[in-house]
Design a protein around this ligand. Structure first.
Ligand code: ZN
Ligand code: ZN
Length: 342
């Protein structure tokens, strides 16, 4: 089942507008509020393996999609389409953070970022290096976790004092027990096989107060994917993300001792709640040094991840500059030594 948002006024293709947060028609300017938009998916039922072939509602062409794709653009007419049966049932996202950064803003940020790299190669932006600029809704699980922590530790306090001719060291031993209850809300873990986990982690944080109830028009005109991993499969990664925090919290309850030796540490973390959400990412893929690189940007906050391209020529100049400087310093030093201060 394909959803295509046709403008009721003029019949043109409508898509989600990141500036206004509405479903907009570029031809006549009509716009629709999405939050009050009727929810189609709840009224539809799909069988699991309903369709493998989809046709564009706008032009009738066959849509070529990967199995994970839930929203895309028709390769023939460019209309934004949403594949509804891949977004229903257990595949229905609970929430979405819509794009607030438009394609134009993302492009501007990319150019600025390239220029900020002092070593950006000349003509990089003018050359035809940019392969694609894509707004993607990446599937994430948000975990609410609870950790029950029990810790036994032998701690010492050491005191040194002088009495007469002797220096005394007094060591006091303490048996410490800590019973800790920790709650975490909305720990994000990306659920897409394609996306680089490290890259996605660096795009955080996402402002979760911007989470909206999921409605399909938010995806119109963008690319979206369904999750490859279930919340159960990703729970270990969520636990991993909070493990440093748990350790530092335990340490913070055992301050003021000279030494702390743990004799028992039990950490029991369980999944209180998990939500399937879609989070916005701008991806610019570009060619440099005959390989493809990715510039990624948080589609809500504008946070950028990646390294600006570095020109080999400029690096060489930069290094020769440093070498020349070093050489001069060495010459001065030898002159001073030879100059006979002694
Ligand atoms: Zn229109
Ligand atoms: Zn089409």
């Amino acid at each position: 089942m394909i959803l295509h948002y046709k403008c009721p006024s003029c019949g043109s293709d409508m898509s989600f507008n990141a500036d206004s947060g509405e479903l907009s028609c570029l031809s006549c300017g009509r716009h629709e509020n999405i939050e009050s938009y009727p929810e189609e998916l709840k009224r539809m039922t799909f069988s699991e393996d309903e369709a493998n072939e989809y046709h564009c509602e706008n032009c009738g062409a066959v849509l070529i999609t990967e199995a994970e794709t839930t929203a895309t653009r028709c390769g023939f007419c460019g209309a934004g389409v949403v594949i509804a049966d891949r977004l229903s049932g257990h595949l229905a996202p609970a929430k979405v953070i819509p794009f607030t950064i438009s394609r134009e803003e993302a492009m501007k940020a990319f150019i600025k970022w390239c220029r900020k790299g002092l070593l950006t190669p000349k003509g990089f932006m003018t050359a035809d290096r940019i392969k694609s600029v894509t707004g993607i809704y990446v599937p994430f699980w948000l975990f609410d976790l609870n950790s029950k922590v029990q810790v036994n530790a032998v701690c010492t306090k050491v005191r040194t004092y002088t009495q007469g001719d002797y220096i005394y060291t007094e060591t006091n031993y303490f048996d410490a027990f800590r019973d800790i209850n920790l709650d975490y809300v909305k720990i994000p873990v990306d659920a897409s096989e394609k996306m680089n986990d490290g890259l996605m982690d660096k795009l955080e944080p996402y402002p979760y107060e911007q989470l909206k109830d999921f409605k399909t028009p938010y995806l119109a005109g963008y690319i979206a994917e369904k999750y490859n991993y279930t919340d159960e499969e990703l729970l270990p990664r969520a636990k991993d993300k909070i493990s440093d925090y748990i350790e530092s919290y335990i340490r913070s309850t055992l301050l003021g001792y000279h030494s702390v030796n743990y004799s028992n540490k039990q950490i029991d973390t369980r999944n209180v709640n998990s939500y399937y959400v879609l989070l916005p990412v701008w991806m610019v893929s570009y060619d440099y040094n005959r390989s493809e690189h990715i510039f990624a940007m948080n589609g809500q906050t504008g946070k950028v991840v990646g390294k600006p391209p570095i020109s080999a020529g400029k690096v060489a100049m930069w290094f020769s500059g440093i070498t020349a400087g070093t050489f001069i310093i060495l010459k001065c030093a030898s002159f001073m030594m030879g100059g006979g201060f002694w």
